[in-house]
Design a binder for this molecule. Structure first.
Ligand code: TYD
Length: 202
């Protein structure tokens, strides 16, 4: 059976992931590839929907419980969407995956090395992760996030600085860093270049 490739976008909120996911999917389809675009938290999972509701309510869970929700939505996502799409020979383009858990739940105090190890043991490895890098302050500005009234902006920025430092510490051969400070076309071109460099694009 022909297996498709599995491409993941990671980065801070406001790094431009959703725009670049859409641009890459379009570019791949123009080349005749069948593409499945998907995202985490996965809406097809009860756990993904619970996470989104929790985020909207601004009501954080204890880190261990939050981790278990992210893990459960990922199991559903892999089984219901990612594996079947790859088995059909599709290219899967996914907005966030387990490196978000490593970085965000790592920033909440869990051990990033343990989260990474357990993720790589349990979940399919991506062929390539495109890490879109922006300064946390630029991400916040782009995302239009000014912080919750109960949560001063500096605290949120402080949290995102910790997320960014976990992302910065990752050394993985399936990870490619993309400078995402430029305009949409320049970032898209860098992404296509990264795929070509790894023989994932003709
Ligand atoms: P996302 O859907 O990217 O936010 P938005 O829809 O606003 O672009 O993700 C929601 C938040 O969940 C985001 O701040 C990152 C966080 N997150 C984790 O903390 N751990 C994870 O494993 C994942 C996938 C996301």
């Amino acid at each position: 059976m022909k297996h498709g490739s599995f491409l993941v976008f990671e980065g801070l909120d406001g790094s431009g992931k959703s725009t670049q996911v859409a641009r890459l999917a379009e570019a791949l389809r123009e080349r005749g590839r069948e593409v499945v675009v998907t995202a985490e938290p996965f809406e097809g999972s009860e756990w993904g929907r619970r996470i989104r509701a929790m985020a909207r309510a601004g009501d954080p869970l204890p880190p261990d419980e939050e981790l278990s929700w992210f893990w459960k939505q990922r199991r559903d996502h892999v089984e219901q969407c990612i594996r079947p799409a790859m088995a059909r020979g599709c290219t899967v383009v996914c907005d966030r995956y387990y490196l978000s858990t490593v970085a965000y739940q790592g920033a909440r105090g869990l051990d990033p090395a343990v989260l990474l190890h357990e993720s790589e043991v349990e979940f399919p490895l991506p062929d390539l992760v495109l890490l879109l890098e922006v300064e946390p302050a630029l991400g916040l500005e782009r995302a239009g996030t000014r912080g919750e009234p109960s949560e001063p902006v500096f605290e949120r920025q402080d949290f995102l600085e910790r997320v960014a430092s976990v992302f910065a510490s990752l050394e993985l051969d399936y990870l490619e860093r993309i400078d995402a400070r430029g305009d949409v076309d320049a970032v898209h071109a860098a992404i296509l270049g990264a795929l070509r460099g790894r023989d994932l694009l003709d």
